[in-house]
Design a protein around this ligand. Structure first.
Ligand SMILES: [Fe+2]
Length: 239
């Protein structure tokens, strides 16, 4: 399975604090049935240039790779998930004009993960999302929609779905008793397409993918999980 949203790279944001913690998170994810992790550190255009972010991300990734190599030599156990580098891009007005926006896509794919504000979006914002989704070579994914969708009108949601934007939800949306039914309904109706752990650490925000997969397969059967995985792989294969 693919984890579409994670903060497993150390020193990038409020996620993993060290390479050791990153390795622990990856081990947990692998044990939970995840074989591909999309690493999506936060990007805030106010704080730094895309160039600087990409350089920091590469350095973080390389230090993790170096450590993992050592670990597999020691334990003879190299069974960690594959990491694909991505970004959780924080939306701001006029983001479509950001230079090198497309360099923030996931791996070599055309997928761009966008974090939207948790408030009612203006017509300007909505139009801008639609415009980004229409850029050639971009398939837009909105991050953890359960946070922002409650603020939008049914009409707005209809527009977004018509724009063929992909919707990502966090595992916690499926595991929490208060939201589980809604999450499963959205998944069944094709309103949620991708699931991510959004894990930040091993303590307060650990990965809960296994439980989410369990909830989903119990409701819709194992084949549903297989289909989700196949769909996800086709998105990444565009690499
Ligand atoms: Fe996140």
């Amino acid at each position: 399975m693919i984890d579409w949203h994670s903060h497993v790279l150390s020193g990038m944001d409020d996620g993993s604090k060290s390479v050791a913690e990153s390795v622990q998170l990856l081990k947990e994810l692998r044990a939970q049935g995840v074989d591909t992790v999309i690493a999506t550190p936060h990007y805030y255009a106010d704080d730094e240039s895309v160039e600087s972010f990409l350089q920091r991300r590469e350095e973080s990734y390389q230090s993790l790779c170096a450590q993992v190599e050592d670990l597999s030599k020691i334990s003879g156990n190299g069974d960690l998930p594959k990491i694909v580098l991505g970004t959780e891009v924080c939306y701001y007005p006029a983001i479509r004009r950001l230079e090198r926006l497309l360099d923030l896509r996931i791996g070599q794919s055309d997928l761009l993960l966008l974090e939207m504000p948790s408030r009612k979006w203006s017509e300007y914002t909505l139009r801008e999302i639609e415009e980004i989704s229409e850029i050639r070579g971009v398939t837009l994914i909105l991050a953890h929609i359960e946070r922002s969708f409650p603020f939008q009108s049914p009409k707005t949601l209809e527009r977004l779905y018509e724009s063929r934007i992909l919707m990502q939800s966090n595992a916690g949306f499926f595991t929490a008793l208060g939201t589980r039914s809604k999450a499963l309904r959205l998944l069944r109706d094709g309103k949620v397409h991708l699931i991510g752990s959004d894990c930040h650490n091993t303590t307060s925000r650990p990965p809960r993918m296994e439980k989410a997969f369990h909830v989903i397969s119990k409701k819709f059967g194992e084949h549903f999980i297989t289909q989700m995985n196949e769909f996800g792989q086709t998105l990444l294969v565009k690499e």
